[in-house]
Ligand binder design. Structure first.
Ligand code: MN
Length: 128
């Protein structure tokens, strides 16, 4: 499962951020992380990650706004963005998809299959 795919994790809650980072590192991914939506835009451009895990509830620039920015910028629009949200209510997934997110994961994450889910989103034939 090597290959060193790079994941940018955007999550303002440090405990969630550390958990996601550790699970991804254990799964063989290279991880870049930020707690700020504003920094996420810059990191996406400079780091060119293979996938972005985007918390929706962020202070300041929220995850939907960040995603819209990324998807309207030529240098970042190709990067898959997967929304992470604690508010697993109907309507949230639709909102995330309308903003340009390519997928959706509800928090709390399931650490047992998280890496499989991420690999599924990274697969070139992913239809989601
Ligand atoms: Mn948050």
């Amino acid at each position: 499962m090597k290959g060193g795919k790079k994941i940018l994790v955007v999550e303002d809650n440090i405990m969630n951020l550390d958990l996601v980072r550790e699970v991804l590192k254990t799964g063989g991914f290279s991880v870049v992380a930020t707690q700020s939506g504003k920094d996420a835009v810059e990191l996406a451009e400079s780091e060119q990650p293979d996938l972005i895990l985007m918390d929706i509830q962020l202070p300041g620039l929220d995850g939907l706004e960040v995603t819209r920015k990324l998807k309207s910028t030529s240098t970042t629009r190709h990067i898959k963005v997967i929304a992470l949200t604690a508010h697993a209510m109907s309507g949230d997934e639709e909102k995330a998809r309308r903003a340009g997110c390519n997928g959706y994961i509800a928090k709390p994450i399931s650490t047992t299959n998280f890496v499989d889910v991420i690999n599924g989103y990274l697969a070139p034939d992913d239809a989601n």
